[in-house]
Design a binder for this molecule. Structure first.
Ligand code: MG
Length: 130
């Protein structure tokens, strides 16, 4: 039994009618992990976030993205791939620390719902909330 197997209840399915579940994705993604030690996903997350940010920074700079990618559809597909790279790194970090992606998703939505109830979704972060 792998570390991730112990995170997932036995009745959890890897896929549903929409595709992978969070935990199914995490399990499948981890099956393709090929690095030694723990550092790779932590360091590569920053790299992949940078690749995602590039799509907006180049757009705002006025770069000709169509010439580079060929079409708006290709730009979108390239962004989808880079977002997937970010997701894979996040999933690997969660796996290393024994956290399921379902927990990450649930926790995030729970936090945001509380902020919405408190009318604090938007505004300054003067209280350093996580
Ligand atoms: Mg990438």
């Amino acid at each position: 039994m792998s570390q991730l197997d112990s995170l997932t209840p036995p009745d959890d399915h890897d896929c549903n009618e929409h595709g992978f579940t969070f935990n199914g994705y995490q399990r499948e993604a981890h099956s393709m992990a090929c690095y030694d030690g723990e550092s790779y996903p932590w360091l590569a997350l920053a790299e992949e976030v940078g690749e995602v940010v590039t799509f907006q920074s180049k757009k705002e700079r006025g770069d000709d993205m169509i010439t580079r990618y060929g079409s708006e559809g290709n730009i979108r597909n390239a962004l989808v791939k880079e977002l997937g790279d970010v997701l894979w790194m996040v999933s690997e970090i969660a796996t290393q620390r024994g956290i399921s992606m379902q927990e990450v998703a649930n926790s995030n939505i729970h936090k945001l719902k509380i902020r919405r109830q408190e009318n604090t979704l938007k505004g300054s972060d003067e209280h350093d909330r996580s």
